[in-house]
Design a protein around this ligand. Structure first.
Ligand code: SAH
Ligand code: SF4
Length: 350
């Protein structure tokens, strides 16, 4: 059966091509073509026809086809719905900041974690994405928008640490010198808190930014909105976060979706502050995006302001995330739902 060539490291490719009787420099050439985003072996113009035929017989190149593409009228945010060879679809968002382009990509088709506020979580799980399919999202965006991506966030559909091996391999490929060469300091990984995998990641000592989706100050609220918390309680999660910080020296960003009447009181802020005290961290508040059927509403502006004031008084820095592309459903899971006809009126309002 043909193999997924774009998920191979340059070293693996070297060994595989040597077995097919090809010299070492050929692997470097092929690797560079793959990471420039070619979709067929025929586009590799400095590779002989004979070698290309050999490659076609043994390998396939995964790519992401654009099914839908929305561009925000407010800013330059572009939202994509991509499909892969088997017809499965994922979302990705390309954002334009003053320092360059950031892409938010998906790591799984769907998600098993079932967070109650999340459109992806409500849709269930289909499969993991291969490293090549994560790369393919970036490559399709660069080609479509005619730009170069400088930053990546693994914050699209799926739980990156539930697809650990493929995500770590993706990180290695995307940061490789002959690949897209995007440094770890330009990459963020967001997790709902798979504690054992946070320890594994800490051992790798990568310089990437870890974002932890906390969304609650205590187990009672968190277990209600995030089922993963029933397995790994907040104290365990924060212990793993402290370990991650000590191993990597990197500041952790805690994501906190502000939900009206659920987790947004001053008492909630005070409890959060006491748990995070002394940690090298930052809190990112996100007014929750209303997903049809959940009944959750965004916190009011003055509630958010008051919440921040409590955190800051306790010495915890916090900001409200700027929402980009608010006219195009830029938060993940929503475009895919609408493509499937499941979008509600409330979704459309977002
Ligand atoms: N599975 C990972 C990464 C993908 S979700 C994680 O949970 O961290 C990316 C971010 O969007 C997470 O912080 C997630 O909690 C948040 N999110 C999901 N649904 C949301 C909603 N309706 N409103 C605001 N943030 C949401
Ligand atoms: Fe999965 Fe993240 Fe959504 Fe939770 S918030 S269901 S972990 S994608």
């Amino acid at each position: 059966m043909a193999e997924d060539i774009k998920s191979m490291t340059e070293e693996e490719l070297k060994q595989a091509l040597a077995q097919l009787g090809e010299p070492a420099y050929r692997a470097a050439q092929v690797y560079q073509w793959l990471h420039r985003g070619v979709k067929t072996f025929d586009e590799m113009t400095n590779i002989s026809k004979k070698t290309r035929e050999l490659l076609v017989k043994n390998y396939y190149i995964s790519s992401a086809a654009i099914e839908k593409n929305l561009i925000s009228d407010y800013d330059d945010t572009r939202k994509y719905l991509f499909s892969f060879a088997d017809g499965e679809t994922v979302e990705s968002v390309l954002m334009h900041y003053h320092h360059g382009y950031t892409s938010c990509i998906s790591t799984q088709v769907g998600c098993k974690m079932g967070c109650t506020f999340c459109a992806t979580g409500q849709g269930g799980f289909a499969r993991n994405l291969a490293p090549s399919e994560m790369l393919a999202q970036l490559q399709a965006e660069e080609e479509d928008a005619g730009i170069r991506i400088s930053n990546i966030v693994l914050m699209g559909m799926g739980e990156p640490l539930d697809n650990y091996e493929n995500v770590v391999r993706f990180l290695e490929l995307v940061s490789s010198e002959h690949g897209m060469n995007i440094g770890m300091r330009h990459i963020s990984l967001s997790t709902c808190g798979l504690v054992p995998r946070i320890y594994d990641l800490a051992e790798l000592g990568l310089q990437l930014t870890l974002s932890v989706s906390l969304h609650a100050p205590n187990d009672q609220i968190r277990s209600r909105t995030m089922p993963i918390n029933r397995k790994y309680h907040i104290d365990e999660l924060l212990k793993a976060c402290r370990y991650y910080i000590s191993k990597t020296g990197r500041r952790i960003s805690f994501e906190y979706a502000m939900i009206d009447g659920v987790n947004d009181s001053d008492a909630n802020a005070a409890e959060l502050a006491s748990r995070l005290r002394g940690m090298l961290c930052h809190v990112n508040l996100i007014p929750v995006n209303t997903v049809g059927g959940t009944g959750y509403k965004k916190s009011r502006q003055n509630r958010i302001r008051s919440f921040i004031a409590v955190l800051e008084k306790a010495g915890i820095t916090a900001t409200v995330r700027r929402t980009l592309g608010s006219d195009i459903n830029a938060s993940c899971g929503q475009l895919r739902r609408s493509a499937g006809g499941a979008q509600s009126k409330e979704d459309r309002k977002e």
